[in-house]
Design a protein around this ligand. Structure first.
Ligand SMILES: Cc1ncc(COP(=O)(O)O)c(C=O)c1O
Length: 379
């Protein structure tokens, strides 16, 4: 039978209720029906972002959300500090360079988190910066950065804090306002349980004067246009209406489960994945549990076995998809996504599939050892 088990850290599986919501008949986006839908989505999304700030739903992917954050706050020649813990941190820095910023990068070894002592040292020696770029959950490595610490460090400065929470919003406890995040970005195809195509971005009162004064170019991604249209619960350009329907439903599902329970479920899934993978003799890229992502677990299969062989067999024989490595970890790493429409039992299944695959590839694993460890982490 042809059944797919999708464990990529985006796109992620879609709940049937969300799929059904997206198949509703089309409505005109300039009418009252859309305005009502839009208003209620934004009100619910603010709860997930834990923010009282303005929030916009953009028809673009997560990268478009990151570009929106940069394009609206960075003018050519501006000094930007980019904190890089992996591929997506590099992307954020690249976007800022593309917009003409003078970017200072602090690069941390892949698999580790932002070290605030290093940030403080660079700030002391080279600061101030107009904008700081950070990744909450670095999907390429499975590291979660301490945005609360970064936000409190920057709170008394004029710098704006732009955060990529594309692969963690809706899965992890992200306190946009308490953490002093000025522009917080996420995407639809991760923990929000939707297909790709939407980005959500919140904007703080501290950021608006900077956005208004910004001389950099922007058109489709203008937050000033988005704000103007949102005054009538509209969007400047044609929105992906079907995805808005889906988002309305997925936010309902998240809020009905309750944010504390959603966060707990993701923490448990990560614990189970880490325990299972480790028990199978794989090397976790992120050794420290304290910085391990709750939405994606990355591991190295070791020198005797290739990541490519494992993913090929997983896919061919069981319909299971894990993600590979990105950037400098391409071909070396495997990543299991466990976010959104995913339960603890789905993680057990992923570990079981890995266990069987390793066995088939001749790796001397005792059958059941991975599953047992994953189960133990849950009981
Ligand atoms: C942390 C992070 N940032 C940004 C992106 C880019 O989002 P998109 O692929 O939707 O443009 C991703 C997607 O994989 C991500 O995981």
């Amino acid at each position: 039978m042809d059944k797919n088990y999708l464990y990529t850290p985006g796109p992620t599986p879609i709940p049937p209720q969300v799929a059904a919501a997206m198949s509703q008949p089309m409505i005109g986006h300039r009418g009252q029906d859309f305005a009502e839908l839009h208003a209620q989505i934004v009100e619910k999304a603010k709860q997930v972002f834990q923010t009282g700030n303005d929030l916009f739903v953009l028809t673009t992917s997560g990268t478009g959300g990151m570009e929106t954050a940069v394009a609206n706050t960075v003018s050519p020649g501006d000094r930007v500090l980019a904190l890089i813990t992996g591929n997506f941190g590099e992307r954020f820095a690249k976007i800022a360079s593309t917009y003409g910023a003078e970017v200072t990068k602090i690069e941390f070894p892949w698999g580790t988190a932002v070290d605030m002592k290093e940030v403080a040292r660079v700030w002391e020696e080279q600061g101030p910066f107009k904008v700081v770029l950070a990744t909450h959950n670095e999907t390429s490595t499975g590291v979660t950065n301490d945005i609360a610490a970064l936000g409190s460090f920057l709170a008394d400065t004029d710098a704006l804090l732009l955060v990529d929470a594309v692969s963690s919003m809706g899965a992890m406890d992200i306190r946009t306002d308490e953490w002093h995040v000025d522009l917080m970005v996420t995407g639809s195809q991760k923990a929000l349980m939707l297909p790709p195509g939407l980005a959500l971005i919140s904007v703080s009162p501290k950021a608006w004067p900077v956005i208004e004064a910004n001389t950099g170019v922007r058109f489709y991604f203008s937050l000033l246009e988005a704000r103007k249209s949102f005054a009538n619960y509209n969007t400047p350009w044609t929105p992906a209406v079907s995805l808005f329907y889906g988002l309305d439903t997925s936010l309902d599902l998240i809020l009905a489960e309750g944010l504390p329970q959603v966060f707990r479920r993701h923490a448990r899934m990560a614990a189970a994945a880490r325990a299972g993978v480790k028990a199978l003799g794989m090397q976790l890229l992120v050794e420290d549990d304290a910085i391990a992502s709750h939405t994606v677990t990355a591991f190295l299969p070791g020198s005797e076995i290739s990541a490519g062989d494992i993913s090929k067999l997983l896919k061919q024989q069981m319909g299971v998809t894990f993600a590979g490595g990105q950037g400098k970890l391409k071909g070396k790493l495997l990543r299991i996504g466990h976010m959104g429409y995913c339960t603890e039992l789905d993680v057990i299944l992923a570990v079981a599939a890995l266990e069987m695959t390793l066995h088939k590839l001749g790796v001397p694993v005792e059958l059941g050892v991975g599953v047992r460890a994953a189960e133990k982490a849950l009981l």
